[in-house]
Ligand binder design. Sequence first.
Ligand code: AMP
Length: 182
Amino acid sequence: MPVNATTPAPTQESLKALIREVPDFPKPGINFYDITTLLKDRNGFRETVDALSEHYRKTPVDVVIGIEARGYFFAPAMALALGAGFVPVRKPKKLPHTVRSIEYQLEYGTDQLEIHADAIARGQNVLIIDDVLATGGTSSAVAGLVEMLEGRVVGLGFVIELGFLKGREKLARYDVFSLLQY
Ligand code: AMP
C-alpha cells in the first residue's frame, strides 16, 4: 500500500531498528550500515520504497539510476512506483555495449563507474538512488556520468545519510534527500 493519508509514514526509529550496524566492517574503524536486515522485513522494505518514492511523486522522473550494487535493491522498485525506466550504473567491464566512464577518488586510490552511452537521452530527467550517502564521492561521480550524457539530474536519493561525512556538501548543486540520518 502506498504511503497516503490512511497509512502513517514510518517513523525514523521503526526503520532504523531494522538496520544492523556492524562495527569494523569491512575494515577497522568503519561502522557498516547493513540494510539486508531491512530488506528481509516485508513491512520495512515496502515502507522504505514507498517513503522514498513518495518524496519524488511530484518530480518529473524519466529514469531511475541504481548504483552497483546496493542501489539495485531500491532503484528498480522505485522506478516501477514512479512509472519510470531503470538504468544500472556498473563497475568497470560489466556492461556489454559502448560505455561512458568516470573515475573518482577513494580514500586510497581511485575507482571507476560506467553507464551505457545510450542509456539516457539528452534532456531526460534522471533520479539517482543508492543505499548510503557517505562522502558523496560515488554519487557525485554518477551525477557526472548523467551530465556527460546531457541528462538532467532531478534528485539524488538515499536510504541512509551519514551526516558527519558531509557528503551533502559535495552534492550542493543537486536536490539531495535521505530517509534516515545518522
Ligand atoms: P561515498 O562515495 O563515500 O558516499 O560512499 C558511498 C558508497 O559506499 C555507497 O555505495 C555505500 O553503499 C557505501 N558505503 C560507504 N560507507 C558505508 C557504511 N558506513 N555502511 C554501508 N555502506 C557504506
